[in-house]
Design a protein around this ligand. Structure first.
Ligand code: SF4
Ligand code: SF4
Length: 60
């Protein structure tokens, strides 16, 4: 699974949660949580994150 988040960078703004077309992300008190079964590694969340906290690598 090549979806990674750097929780130290994350601002908990929720932008990635709003844009995920597959509803794979959730904002919790501990930060962003991913549902790995729903994520298609499309990379949209990575593009919208203002602090580049998410990295998506399809080839990983
Ligand atoms: S890579 Fe795509 S499917 Fe996966 S969490 Fe990000 S926006 Fe959602
Ligand atoms: S868009 Fe980036 S900073 Fe905002 S909640 Fe998602 S990972 Fe955190």
């Amino acid at each position: 699974m090549a979806w990674k988040i750097d929780n130290k960078k994350c601002l908990k703004c929720g932008a990635c949660v709003s844009v995920c077309p597959f509803l794979a992300l959730e904002l919790t008190s501990k930060g962003i949580k991913i549902n790995k079964e729903k994520c298609k590694l499309c990379g949209i969340c990575e593009k919208v994150c203002p602090v580049k906290a998410i990295t998506v690598d399809k080839n990983d």
